[in-house]
Design a protein. Structure first.
Length: 287
């Protein structure tokens, strides 16, 4: 596995592969890799000639009071995991090479960036959209792989790729979960044993809401109430940013379920902010 730290070198390497007619699969990550990340890497390997994984903890997507400094980092462990997965290239740039002095261009995706996490993490999606645009321009992938766990992020990225005429295919992969349903996340490492146990409430509340929809309930406010009550009943839940029923295209809140529906949750357990979501396709057909 080749390790590249300099964006220009990554760019030239990708150009070389493209000139030879090879497809490039790209998995951008912030490291502290878990099985959820590795699934994306495996999928990229299956579908492309060359697999590139990036590890970059992007400072511009963290707010001033967020966990940029504490964010788990495990370069040695990550390198070993990617080597074992037979990734071809690990792209690991230092922040000053991505944001050199004088950097002054940002990408903002309007409307969908302002909803859900965007309302609680001002500037977060501007940071995400900017770094993903840069990474796609550097790596020049045929296909780029993202997890549904960060559903809002996937639609922000699809929108920017469309609006800016970029030509990577964006592939969204299912959320990988622990046996008890908790979505795998690098931030799960922050949880102590008691909090880790309590965190299963998130998946339970998504399943409960999904079952209600599948049983034919169309009152989205009722379902939102059930979700919020379930979450707030858990004493380890120290804050509720949002939990409810949303249109998966616009991310606006639904009052009535008419078709495909996004259930989305962001809660704090202790100081750890966890998000999860579920796309539900109602069994009944609505007019
Ligand atoms: P992160 O390192 O958290 O920025 O995640 C890098 C990529 O892995 C993003 O596209 C995430 O959505 C994806 N990802 C993170 N956790 C999971 C998971 N449990 N299942 C599937 N994909 C995931």
């Amino acid at each position: 596995m080749e390790i590249i730290r300099i964006p220009r070198v990554m760019q030239d390497t990708s150009k070389g592969h493209i000139l030879r007619g090879r497809t490039i699969g790209f998995v951008p990550t912030m490291g502290a890799l878990h099985e959820g990340h590795l699934r994306l890497v495996r999928r990229a390997r299956q579908e492309n000639d060359v697999t590139v994984v990036s590890i970059f903890v992007n400072p511009t997507q963290f707010g001033p009071s967020e966990d940029f400094k504490q964010y788990p980092r495990d370069i040695e462990g990550d390198t070993a995991k990617l080597f074992k997965e037979e990734a071809d290239i690990l792209f690991m740039p230092d922040a000053p090479l991505i944001y050199p002095e004088g950097f002054s261009t940002y990408v903002e995706v309007e409307k969908i960036s302002e909803r859900l996490c965007g309302a609680f993490r001002p500037g977060h999606f501007k940071g995400v959209a900017t770094v993903v645009t840069k990474l796609l321009n550097i790596v020049k992938p045929t296909k780029a792989y993202f997890g549904q766990k960060d559903f809002q992020q996937t639609i922000v990225i699809k929108q920017l790729v469309k609006d800016l005429d970029m030509d990577a295919d964006i592939v969204v992969c299912p959320t990988l979960r622990e046996q008890d349903g908790l979505a795998m996340s690098s931030r799960n490492a922050y949880l102590d044993i008691r909090q880790r146990e309590a965190a299963t409430v998130i998946y339970k509340c998504l399943i409960e809401a999904s079952d209600l929809i599948k049983s034919g309930i169309i009152d989205a406010n009722y379902i939102k109430g059930v979700m919020q009550d379930g979450l707030l009943k858990e004493p380890a839940v120290s804050g509720l940013d949002y939990a409810g029923v949303y249109d998966p295209v616009t991310l606006s809140e639904l009052s009535e379920i008419k078709g495909d529906t996004l259930l989305a949750v962001a809660v704090k357990i202790g100081d750890t902010r966890l998000i999860d979501n579920m796309l539900v396709i109602p069994v009944r057909k609505y007019e």
